[in-house]
Design a protein. Structure first.
Length: 351
């Protein structure tokens, strides 16, 4: 009976032509949680070398995995035609049973992408038709919808880079794919936080110079992390703080500074592990500012995520990139983006 009453009350609260910023905010937070899950599964997909297991993009029929032996053998046959199998997994003795494991992670990753698309697009249309979206937010939500669609394109663009000439996907395309996901996460959270304040008549929070600077520092660290992941550069050293028993590792400069800065595994590993401390300092300043602005929760979240991320990063290196430590490192990276967005929004309220 109580559940029925609550259900009727909820339905009544969303009558047509009434603005409901809290309901829209809760929906965006739910989508943000799905994006974090997507980043987590994406990390597993990358670390298990599963990303090239499905060699075709079928938006609708791709939802259904192979259901019988003949279908599995057909999928495996397609995979056996790409360089990754010919040069890496085939010579290592991959069986159909092994293939099914990597297929699962790529299939799950793509399925989550479709789920997120529907979880955004359908409620968005419903809220719009019922007039529940406050004035001024429609364009922002349309941009998020477009970014979501573009993210699917980026994902396939990334996969195609590993189907013809190379045994892995382009680390540059991987970076675009991952950073776009994190940008979408930050925009979802920022918009939700704005909406939660809308009922009281508060203005949108502004991106302050401090928040912009911290965001730029964090962006560099995330970009370096994506390149390190794409190049398997985490394996360049299993010691910390030294690499190859020296502080600065040997780097191949033969192809020029620009190439080394974006492609050389030892240099990128070195930059990622030490730029992290620049990011730590910037994030601590942001956490302090958020606390002074009344955002104690955001401050605690930033500090907790930063500390956990540093420990996980060092542990990942020293264990030779143990799978679950590396996956957790990527997951906490997404949570750090979320905490940073929360803190930046807190100090942006004053502006």
């Amino acid at each position: 009976m109580v559940a029925q009453v609550k259900g009727r009350a909820g339905a009544a609260a969303l009558r047509a032509n009434e603005v409901h910023p809290e309901a829209v905010a809760r929906w965006l937070l739910a989508v943000a949680a799905l994006v974090v899950l997507m980043v987590f599964v994406g990390g597993i997909t990358r670390l298990t070398e599963s990303g090239l297991s499905i060699t075709q993009w079928e938006l609708v029929t791709g939802v259904i995995p192979p259901l019988n032996q003949a279908q599995w053998e057909a999928e495996f046959a397609l995979y056996q035609q790409i360089p990754e199998y010919i040069e890496v997994t085939g010579p290592a003795g991959m069986t159909l049973a092994d293939y099914k494991v990597i297929y699962f992670w790529e299939w799950l990753h793509r399925l989550l992408g479709r789920v997120i698309g529907l979880a955004f697009a359908l409620p968005f249309a419903w809220f719009w038709l019922r007039g529940a979206i406050p004035k001024g937010y429609h364009a922002r939500l349309l941009v998020l919808l477009a970014l979501g669609g573009l993210q699917g394109v980026f994902g396939w663009w990334m996969v195609t880079s590993g189907l013809a000439q190379y045994t892995d996907v382009s680390h540059h395309r991987l970076a675009v794919h991952l950073l776009t996901a994190l940008l979408i996460l930050a925009m979802l959270l920022w918009t939700a936080l704005d909406l939660l304040r809308h009922r009281g008549g508060a203005r949108h929070a502004r991106l302050t110079p401090l928040a912009g600077l911290v965001g730029a520092v964090l962006f560099v660290q995330l970009l370096l992390g994506a390149w390190v992941a794409g190049l398997n550069a985490g394996l360049a050293s299993d010691s910390w703080p030294l690499m190859q028993e020296r502080f600065v590792p040997e780097v191949d400069w033969s192809k020029g500074f620009g190439w080394a800065l974006t492609n050389e595994p030892f240099l990128l590993h070195f930059l990622h592990r030490w730029w992290a401390w620049v990011a730590v300092a910037a994030l601590i300043v942001l956490a302090r500012s958020a606390r002074m602005a009344g955002g104690r929760g955001a401050s605690v979240a930033i500090n907790a995520a930063v500390g956990t991320q540093i420990v996980l990063g060092i542990a990942t290196v020293m264990t030779g990139v143990a799978l679950w430590l590396a996956v957790l490192h990527q997951l906490v990276g997404a949570l750090l983006v979320a905490a940073t967005t929360w803190g930046a929004h807190n100090i942006g309220r004053r502006a």
